[in-house]
Write a protein that binds this ligand. Structure first.
Ligand SMILES: [Mg+2]
Length: 243
């Protein structure tokens, strides 16, 4: 049993740092689908197995920067590919090429189907804006601005530290805390006044290492005990529970 006191999110908090995929938008399911299409096709094309399994997403990919996901999944299959140049062509059999192929699959899916944010998350974002809190998105994805636009949330988040920003500034990805720390700096808020909201183990670990006021783990499937063990100070199933 998890025991926890309810987080009083409005006292002593000046900023909320949100992960994107799985926290604001159910894009984890879109990422999962794009990864599945990528690796099923790739393994079939090169005649390698075992086949891609549902658990592979959680074991090797979820929450990590894209190219780390490619490299770590391939390693689990005993496959090592050359890194390839950054922005390598999506048709090339390299870590960068496969990562860019996955990105193309993801963009095709969101452009076709759009993205509906979680209603409870929208309520929390609106309440935080009304109270004058500062808001940022901190995501490993390189597509964060496009996803925020597709979800009609872009205006709420003046600061976005995503995979593209991290690459440009040389910041290590989650589970390193650097991207969360950078977001707090850009908002001009001390870490002790920031609450981080995350759904992935690697993201919770990053936030826990960053010395923030609180780390809310949103249980979208990782499991409450797992998130708590990774460093979450509070666990919710939906962000409306924080209101
Ligand atoms: Mg996430």
């Amino acid at each position: 049993m998890l025991s926890q006191t309810k987080l009083d999110i409005w006292t002593g908090t000046e900023a909320l740092l949100f992960d994107l995929d799985g926290v604001l938008t159910p894009t984890a399911i879109v990422h999962e689908l794009a990864w599945r299409r990528l690796f099923e096709d790739y393994l079939a094309a090169v005649g390698r197995g075992p086949a891609y399994a549902d658990s592979d997403y959680f074991d090797y990919i979820d929450g990590k920067p894209r190219f780390d996901g490619v490299r770590d999944f391939l390693a689990s299959q005993g496959i090592t590919l050359p890194e390839g140049p950054e922005d390598d062509d999506a048709s090339h059999e390299t870590v960068q090429g496969l990562g860019n192929r996955k990105n193309r699959l993801f963009n095709t899916i969101i452009e076709t189907d759009g993205v509906d944010p979680y209603p409870g998350s929208v309520h929390l974002v609106e309440a935080a804006r009304e109270r004058g809190l500062k808001l940022a998105v901190v995501s490993s994805s390189r597509n964060a601005p496009a996803v925020l636009r597709a979800a009609r949330l872009a205006e709420a988040f003046p600061v976005v530290v995503d995979g593209a920003v991290a690459a440009r500034e040389g910041l290590p990805g989650k589970p390193d805390p650097a991207t969360f720390i950078r977001a707090a700096e850009l908002l001009g808020v001390p870490r002790s006044a920031c609450v981080v909201i995350e759904d992935a183990v690697s993201g919770v670990q990053a936030a826990a290492a960053g010395g923030f006021r609180a780390v809310v783990g949103v249980d979208r499937g990782a499991g409450a005990e797992t998130l708590q063990a990774a460093g979450a100070t509070h666990i919710v199933d939906d962000l409306a529970e924080l209101l």
